[in-house]
Write a protein that binds this ligand. Structure first.
Ligand code: SAM
Length: 233
């Protein structure tokens, strides 16, 4: 059996993530991420998820444009959000904001099934093709407004939202299993937000922890729109 030599670009990406963890350890409450999450980050070929012209930067620790004004998040944030979700191999999880499908692939490496919702049809189609080509068979993607979750497949062990919401969408809390985790950036759409983790206990009560300041593209769609206009009146 031959072992694949380590890819120096990926090794460097993992070192950058470890460095960011060191810098933020007081906020995130740990000085290393789950080794299974780091191993999944090492396995997913990020260059497959970014446009041709950005491939040289694919393993740099920064976000990259993926078209339609959207971005794939920086590797540290993808790793951190995955770690905060506490994925287990038997878990069924929901992702809101498929984008390029990169975060979807990292989750698919770690859990039994990933359901992912993307509001921009062209991005959803491309992500679906890409994930199929790369051999991910435990992923289902749909085009829609993720604010409302995916009730047909609920409840979920974990829900990960990769766009910023003004507050935590109640349908997502409803669709979380007792014992489940919801990871979501919450705050003003243009500016900084707070990455939050919602834990639902076995009795269904929720506890929210603020983790880190982040900057995400906004969650769009009717769900958030209705919520915003209620706030304005
Ligand atoms: N996870 C993605 C990846 O790895 O490439 C990055 C996601 S990008 C930061 C946020 C994504 O959320 C965008 O693709 C955007 O179109 C999508 N989005 C925004 N509002 C949404 C909504 N209401 N429902 C579903 N997707 C939404």
């Amino acid at each position: 059996m031959t072992t694949k030599p380590p890819d120096p670009r990926i090794e460097k990406m993992l070192e950058d993530i470890e460095w960011e963890v060191e810098l933020t350890k007081k906020h995130i409450g740990k000085d290393r991420l789950d080794p299974r999450v780091m191993a999944a980050m090492a396995r997913v070929p990020r260059h497959e998820f970014v446009p041709e012209e950005s491939r040289v930067y694919a393993y740099d620790d920064g976000p990259l444009p993926i078209g339609f004004g959207q971005t794939v998040s920086q590797p540290f944030i993808v790793a951190l959000m995955t770690d905060l979700l506490e994925p287990d191999e038997e878990d069924v999880v929901l992702e809101v904001g498929t984008g390029s499908g990169y975060q979807t692939a990292v989750l698919a490496e770690l859990v039994k099934k990933v359901y992912s919702i993307e509001i921009i049809a062209e991005l959803a189609e491309k992500a679906q093709e890409r994930l199929k080509r790369l051999g991910y068979t435990n992923v289902e993607i749909k085009v829609g407004d993720g604010y409302y979750g995916w009730p047909e497949h609920a409840p979920f062990d974990g829900i990960l939202v990769t766009a910023a919401a003004p507050d935590i969408p109640p349908p997502l809390i409803d669709q979380l299993k007792p014992g489940g985790r919801l990871v979501i950036p919450v705050g003003e759409p243009s500016g900084y937000q707070t990455l939050k983790v919602v834990h639902k206990d076995d009795e269904g009560a929720t506890r929210i922890r603020d983790v880190l300041g982040v900057a995400f593209v906004p969650l769009t769609g009717n769900g958030v729109g209705k919520r915003r206009s209620q706030h304005d009146h």
